[in-house]
Design a binder for this molecule. Structure first.
Ligand code: PLP
Length: 451
């Protein structure tokens, strides 16, 4: 039964309240005109007017197995019959404990401990703070280590710590006076290589620049933070092969910690359970969020090694404790959704289906490349993007104020497909459960939108 409050409001009343009261994320409220979704099933959203939309953005890159999957719904309901919330401060719950164990078994080797939070930014903040504190209380404390090395165009969330390591000036420059200084390397973007660089030497070119940064700042480095393999908010930039592996080698050489922010790319999104697996990399910290609960409930996790964990052990009065926590960290309802999400990866063999789906999407993307306004197309697993440009020859970008990709997405919406634009890029990030037939609908609608 709906609440009497929603039942009594018409669609237009809801729209009016939504525009005037609800402050939507990353939205200019003066121009806001978003959908209001009433219910969803599988890859389809239905709005309050009864119109159906294919969810081509996985409800902001987090839906994995589709909406209202009976297995996840049931797991949450079963948990609800036991207890909805148990604090993580001083107590625990079997569902959360077993989830932590399961994550450590799935994760790259050496990640034996899990800190739970509620959202992706918090998972990254936790990794950053743990790394910082580690150098102060490891066997040979190194208190000069105060700097993080981050990538150009990086996005790690919207809290001030994660904004500090972020590198998307449109989002982050406003807050500059509040941010701590960060060392910044280039974004290894294969579409925008400098003139002297080609795809064959791109990895070496970028790694050389990072080597210099490591060399010059070795004593001050706390950690390097990367979105492994694909930088999402940078425009779904797929790194040149070997870049992540090279960064890991530099970390080993200079004894620097590696934070892998897999909030967007983890949980099967790039075709492997974790993106680090593409290059057999085990980071010191693995941050998960978004798809961890299948896109159902807010939960994130920071996995780390025993080397880090051990540096925090001691008696209460030693003050080696990690004084950080979130009220809903490790929430059992979320943990139940995460367990069910992991079950489905096994039951439905989700990862096995991805290469065929990616290939089907890529075939259309390759065709779109002929379009006069499409500068680049790219994909990794079920994370794809189209980059629109003003001039294909020079790769000149449309001025962001023109919102070109937003206009194209509006036309795509007319065809019943929801995509969320990102600067001049149109990310295509459907639920991993999307069928081949639905991929055809998705791509045909994009073709229409491109005109
Ligand atoms: C790579 C990456 N890290 C962190 C975040 C922040 O996650 P949240 O929005 O859950 O705080 C995002 C969100 O898009 C992301 O893409």
């Amino acid at each position: 039964m709906n609440s009497p409050c929603t039942d009594s409001l018409s669609a237009s009343e809801l729209r009016s309240l939504d525009k005037s009261i609800v402050w939507h994320a990353f939205s200019q409220m003066q121009e806001y005109d978003g959908l209001i979704i009433d219910h969803a099933q599988g890859c389809w959203l239905t709005d309050v007017d009864g119109r159906r939309y294919l969810d081509g953005a996985s409800s902001m890159w987090c839906n994995i197995h589709g909406h209202r999957h009976s297995h996840i719904d049931k797991a949450i309901r079963n948990q609800l019959d036991k207890v909805a919330h148990v604090t993580n401060l001083g107590m625990s719950h079997p569902t959360t404990i077993t989830l932590a164990k399961r994550l450590t078994e799935l994760a790259p080797a050496g990640l034996a401990h899990v800190f739970f939070s509620g959202d992706g930014a918090s998972a990254v903040e936790v990794a950053m703070k743990l790394a910082f504190q580690f150098w102060r209380q490891c066997e040979n404390p190194q208190t000069k280590r105060t700097k993080f090395l981050a990538l150009g165009q990086a996005y790690h969330g919207d809290t001030l710590g994660t904004v500090s390591v972020g590198g998307v000036s449109r989002f982050h420059s406003m807050f500059q006076p509040l941010l701590f200084p960060v060392l910044r390397g280039p974004c290894p973007d294969p579409y925008r290589l400098p003139p002297e660089v080609n795809p064959a030497n791109a990895t070496a070119f970028y790694l050389n620049q990072y080597r210099e940064l490591f060399e010059q700042n070795a004593e001050e480095l706390v950690a390097v933070i990367v979105e492994p393999i694909v930088q999402g908010a940078a425009g779904v930039v797929v790194h040149p092969r070997g870049f992540l592996q090279g960064i890991k080698s530099l970390c080993e050489q200079y004894d620097c910690l590696l934070i892998a922010d897999e909030v967007a790319v983890g949980m099967g999104r790039t075709g492997t359970m974790f993106a680090c697996e593409h290059e057999q990399v085990s980071p010191d910290f693995l941050c998960l969020g978004k798809g961890l609960t299948g896109g159902y409930l807010p939960m994130s996790a920071t996995l780390t090694s025993s080397r880090i964990w051990n540096a925090f052990l001691g008696r209460h009065e030693d003050l080696r404790t990690f004084f950080h926590g979130h009220t809903y960290g490790g929430n059992p309802l979320c943990a139940a959704a995460a367990h069910a999400t992991l079950d489905l990866f096994e039951m439905e063999q989700t990862l096995r289906g991805i290469p065929l789906k990616q290939a089907r999407m890529q075939r259309c993307l390759d065709r779109f490349k002929e379009h006069p306004e499409v500068g680049d197309v790219r994909s990794c697993g079920l994370m794809a993007a189209i980059e629109l440009v003003q001039d294909k020859q020079t790769k000149t970008a449309h001025p962001w104020q023109q919102q070109r990709s937003g206009k194209v997405c509006k036309r795509i919406l007319e065809k019943g497909v929801w995509l969320r634009p990102l600067g001049n890029v149109i990310p295509i990030i459907p639920p991993l459960s999307i069928s081949e037939q639905e991929i055809d609908i998705l791509m045909a609608s994009i073709e229409h939108g491109l005109g």
